[in-house]
Design a protein around this ligand. Structure first.
Ligand code: PLP
Length: 451
């Protein structure tokens, strides 16, 4: 029986898949944060290259992948699809479990799939430097890697508390040539203001985004890059699902259900969107995003217009949100801490085309350990959400006595997250109840948008 299902170098998809033309409904407009009116493409040109802005609003179903990007992808793509025979045996399930291993990229996650094209398009546009933010460090590493390929400088604003908790992610970024600044910093007006008010702040992703956007907007040779949420990021990640479809076809299979961990939505979009096309054309398939119970954007948020960051510098988009002020409980170790969600994932969820479930972190680490001890790979804490969902589906198949085919995205490995595993093994991870009160408070501050 086949364990690794591999494609050749020349079978990397030549085009990205854009889900927008296959969505039943119209996209809501993106709103300018200052004027409250729909934003024009030029409004974004201070921080993004035009090629990416065009992809953001494109209605073309297929978009060619540039030759230089394909060459860089070839370092680790096509990524392997695995049949999880050993996990299936441990679960005594009649279900077939497949996982797409995105942890084989040099940075250890799916994020270089978009970092590479983002760096390339910026280079083509004559940009010299990129500014971005990172929390746990996965995105900062991926962007540093991509920028080193194309000769760009990178400044990464890293959430201050994460610099202490994830020192080796900082080292990795520096190995790839990035400049890492603990955020909040004195380099930006936003950072200086926050440091003055709260000198001891641990920082947050919202603050770091605001600093990076300010940096990019105030330097002509510098652009901003975001690692999730945006339409062009979901577009670039479609290589995951396109490859997986082809790999399953090679072994004569097709999934009944697809799972992906949901933070900003990009790896879930990557594995699931190519199947949306089949689903809207009548195929019987379930597409399920899996989120943490402590940051339950799809399952407990509202579908409304909201800002992407704390300082309200980013455009306002219609999405599932917990409110731009929402900060998940501090001890949550499982990642996926963003308050919002990709507009595309949100709309598909709203239209009932995709589903969502939420898990507390201990259940995810339990499944991650079972996975590590059967399949060998230590999942990133984020990826463990998808592992949990796949394991539960396989257990259900056993209990119901039904075969089924499960596909999930293993979005990354957890080699830089061992302190979270230490905490789990020591019994020190707490499960948080749905933080109803803080979500209620935060949702009271949603912007009013009149169209
Ligand atoms: C960043 C990250 C995620 C969450 O981001 P999405 O945009 O929702 O995919 C999931 N897994 C890993 C390994 C990550 O680094």
């Amino acid at each position: 029986m086949q364990t690794k299902i591999l494609l050749n170098d020349n079978q990397i998809p030549k085009r990205w898949y854009n889900v927008i033309p296959d969505m039943p409904g119209q996209m809501a407009p993106v709103i300018h944060p200052k004027t409250g009116k729909p934003a024009a493409p030029e409004d974004l040109s201070a921080i993004f290259p035009m090629a990416l802005i065009e992809q953001e609003v494109s209605r073309e179903r297929w978009i060619d992948i540039p030759e230089d990007v394909l060459k860089a992808y070839q370092l680790w793509r096509p990524s392997p699809l695995y049949r999880a025979h050993r996990l299936e045996a441990a679960l005594k399930t009649p279900a077939k479990i497949y996982y797409k291993n995105e942890g084989v990229s040099p940075a250890g996650s799916h994020k270089p799939n978009t970092a590479i094209p983002q760096a390339w398009y910026n280079k083509q546009a004559g940009i010299r430097r990129l500014a971005s933010e990172t929390g746990a460090g996965q995105w900062g590493c991926s962007l540093a890697l991509a920028a080193s390929f194309f000769g760009l400088e990178v400044t990464v604003y890293m959430v201050r508390v994460s610099c202490g908790q994830k020192p080796y992610r900082k080292s990795l970024m520096e190995v790839w040539g990035a400049k890492v600044i603990p955020s909040p910093s004195s380099l930006t007006a936003v950072g200086r203001q926050i440091l003055e008010q709260t000198p001891d702040t641990p920082g947050s992703l919202g603050i770091a985004i605001s600093e990076a956007v300010e940096d990019a907007a105030s330097h002509k040779d510098t652009n901003y890059a975001l690692g999730s949420v945006l339409n062009h990021v979901c577009l670039h990640q479609s290589v995951i699902g396109l490859e997986a479809m082809e790999q399953l076809r090679m072994v004569g299979d097709y999934p009944d259900v697809v799972f992906g961990a949901c933070g900003g939505g990009s790896n879930f979009a990557g594995i699931a969107f190519p199947f949306v096309r089949d689903k809207v054309n009548g195929k019987d398939i379930r597409l399920v995003g899996v989120e943490p119970a402590s940051c339950p954007t799809l399952t407990k948020g509202v579908y409304a217009f909201d800002y992407g960051d704390t300082a309200k510098l980013t455009p306002v988009t219609k999405m599932y949100t917990l409110g731009h002020d929402f900060v998940p409980p501090g001890i949550h170790a499982g990642g996926l801490r963003y308050h919002g969600q990709s507009a595309l994932v949100s709309q598909l969820y709203h239209e009932g085309i995709i589903e969502a479930i939420a898990y507390p972190q201990n259940a995810c680490f339990e499944a991650a350990l079972l996975f590590a001890r059967t399949e060998g790979i230590v999942p990133a804490p984020e990826s463990s959400h998808a592992v949990r969902a796949a394991v539960d589906e396989a257990i259900k198949a056993r209990e119901e006595g039904h075969e089924r085919t499960i596909l999930f995205c293993l979005s990354g490995h957890g080699h830089f997250d061992m302190s979270a595993y230490d905490a789990y093994l020591a019994g020190q991870l707490e499960d948080y109840e749905y933080p109803a009160e803080s979500i209620r408070e935060s949702l009271a501050n949603l912007p009013r948008v009149e169209l």
